[in-house]
Design a protein. Structure first.
Length: 181
C-alpha cells in the first residue's frame, strides 16, 4: 500500500489549531492500544513517517490489514516489531513468513524463533525444524532461551541439548529436564 502524509486537524473549544507532523508522531505514541482504536492504527500504518509506523507496530490491537501493510514496510524496525508481536503474527501468511526465513536476516530469524507460538500452528513444525538447524547459534538459542514453546517437540529439544554452542545446549538441557520430570 502506498504511504501517505496524514493530515491532522485539531479543534479545541471550537478553535482550530494548526499542528504538523511532529504532533501526529507524538500523539501516535500515546494512543491507547485498545480494540476501539484499530481503525486509527490501520490509518497510521499508511503514514509516510516511519516513526509513526514504528510506534504502532508494537500494538496488540492491529487489524489484519494494518499487519499486512506493516509487514511489507521498508523499515527493518517496523518489520521486526511485527515479527515479534504475538498477536500480529497470526496474520502473517506462510509465504511471507518463509520469505523472511529465506532472507537469512538473523534479527528477523531470532524474532520468529522467540515468537514461534504467535504464528499459525500449521506452519510451526516446518519453521521450528529450519530454525533448530540454522547455522547461527543466536537463532537456535532464541528457540529455547526462556523456556521453549510447547510447539517444539521433545526430540528437537533433545537435539539442541547436544548443540555446539554452550548457551544453546545449556538452555535446551534445562528445558529437557523440565519436560521429562
Amino acid at each position: 500500500m502506498k504511504k501517505q502524509t496524514i493530515k491532522i486537524e485539531l479543534t479545541l473549544n471550537g478553535k482550530n489549531v494548526q499542528v504538523g507532523h511532529q504532533f501526529l508522531e507524538d500523539i501516535s505514541r500515546n494512543i491507547d492500544d485498545a480494540r476501539e482504536n484499530r481503525k486509527i492504527f490501520t490509518l497510521l500504518a499508511t503514514s509516510d513517517n516511519p516513526d509513526i509506523r514504528k510506534s504502532i507496530s508494537n500494538h496488540y490491537h492491529l487489524t489484519k490489514k494494518a499487519v499486512n501493510i506493516l509487514i511489507n514496510d521498508t523499515n527493518s524496525t517496523v518489520i521486526n516489531n511485527i515479527l515479534s508481536n504475538s498477536r500480529a503474527a497470526k496474520y502473517i501468511s506462510h509465504n511471507k513468513l518463509m520469505k523472511f526465513i529465506n532472507s537469512d536476516n538473523i534479527t528477523y530469524l531470532c524474532s520468529i524463533a522467540s515468537n514461534i507460538e504467535g504464528f499459525k500452528q500449521e506452519y510451526a513444525c516446518k519453521i521450528i525444524n529450519i530454525l533448530a538447524n540454522h547455522k547461527n547459534p543466536l537463532v537456535r538459542y532464541n528457540l529455547v532461551k526462556y523456556g521453549a514453546s510447547e510447539l517444539i517437540d521433545t526430540a528437537t529439544i533433545k537435539q539442541l541439548t547436544k548443540d555446539k554452542d554452550i548457551d544453546v545446549s545449556s538452555s535446551a538441557k534445562d528445558e529437557y529436564k523440565s519436560r521429562i520430570k
